[in-house]
Ligand binder design. Structure first.
Ligand SMILES: Cc1cc2nc3c(=O)[nH]c(=O)nc-3n(C[C@H](O)[C@H](O)[C@H](O)COP(=O)(O)OP(=O)(O)OC[C@H]3O[C@@H](n4cnc5c(N)ncnc54)[C@H](O)[C@@H]3O)c2cc1C
Length: 283
């Protein structure tokens, strides 16, 4: 399990990292926490000639209150997202979901930007950010652009990022009073990856669902929104949440693997959506 030999450069700034990416093209890979990239390199599924380490760019490690949204730097570690008081106050769903990523060691090394750029549909933060309607700031040699979370994930381990671009910031709208949330993660063992996960953000209206945004983990090749269930849940009173959640797997294409069959994953999506919406309503 030894990776192919590679060169290593420490990026002093985002511009320096972009310069290195520009010089080395698809031979170079960015290194954040290394918790997804290094295992893949050890399995020789990736063999970059150069690793560009973002770890010393302290400018990419922050959480800022920007009025109607929070701005989170791409190199912010999962532990810091989990424990940050501003995230806890305004985006409890994100803080809680970050607390469920792997184990303590993974959370101390892994970064929010690395998790999103890796674009693994089994990861927890992407579906929470789908439910939170986040957007991402991406910087390349020709400037900066903003990408809505719904446009970011393209296919299995494929994002909208070009080879010469860096994800620099995650923008998360603050949750308003009267909005409940939940993340339901079903695992075979404590601290495992999700067999299926469901994130819910519910705007409440007189004890019923006003609107609901539902993000699904591990129900296809990308993180997904459960749009059919969202429509069915609109205006649902607590007594009809279970029935409305029955369409949570519509339009999904979960895989069958050693952890679960596709049929079981569909069942989990329906049950976990019901639990997530009920918890969001009670919060
Ligand atoms: C044992 C174990 C258990 C885990 N369990 C879970 C879990 O339960 N849930 C979960 O969600 N995740 C889990 N993870 C994954 C973990 O969250 C990783 O931290 C995360 O997927 C990748 O983040 P990273 O900072 O380590 O990125 P890296 O591994 O350094 O990079 C991943 C990819 O993203 C690219 N990249 C990194 N940063 C940027 C950037 N700013 N801009 C553009 N591209 C970039 C890299 O080039 C690479 O291709 C687990 C990992 C391990 C090792």
């Amino acid at each position: 399990m030894i990776p192919v030999a590679f060169d290593y450069e420490v990026a002093e700034s985002v511009d320096h990292a972009l310069e290195l990416l520009g010089q080395h093209g698809d031979e170079a890979k960015l290194l954040a926490g290394g918790h997804s990239l290094l295992p893949i390199m050890k399995l020789r599924l990736a063999a970059p000639a150069l690793l560009v380490d973002l770890g010393r760019i302290t400018d990419l490690n922050y959480v800022r209150d920007e009025g109607d949204h929070l701005a989170i730097g791409a190199m912010t570690r999962h532990t810091d997202v989990e424990r940050n008081p501003i995230v806890q106050e305004h985006c409890g769903l994100l803080s809680y979901t970050a607390s469920l990523v792997g184990d303590s060691q993974v959370r101390h090394r892994g970064t929010i930007g690395g998790s999103l750029a890796h674009a693994d549909a089994a990861s927890d933060l992407p579906s929470a950010l789908m439910a939170l309607d986040a957007s991402f700031v991406v910087k390349g040699s020709s400037g900066e652009r903003s990408v809505a979370v719904g446009d970011f994930f393209k296919d299995y381990l494929m994002s909208d990022l070009a080879e010469d671009e860096i994800l620099t910031e995650v923008r998360v709208p603050k949750l308003s009073a009267g909005t409940g949330w939940s993340y339901q993660k079903f695992t075979r063992r404590l601290m495992d990856w999700a067999v299926v996960g469901v994130a819910a953000v519910v705007e409440k209206s007189n004890g019923s669902v006003g609107t609901a945004r539902i993000g699904l983990t591990n129900m296809g090749s990308t993180p997904l929104r459960a749009t059919a269930a969202e429509s069915a849940l609109s205006g649902a009173d607590p007594g009809s949440v279970a029935e409305a959640s029955n369409s949570a797997d519509e339009g999904t294409s979960p895989s069958s693997d050693i952890a679960a069959s596709d049929e079981y994953r569909r069942h989990l999506a329906r049950v976990l959506t019901k639990r997530a919406v009920e918890e969001a309503l009670s919060r």
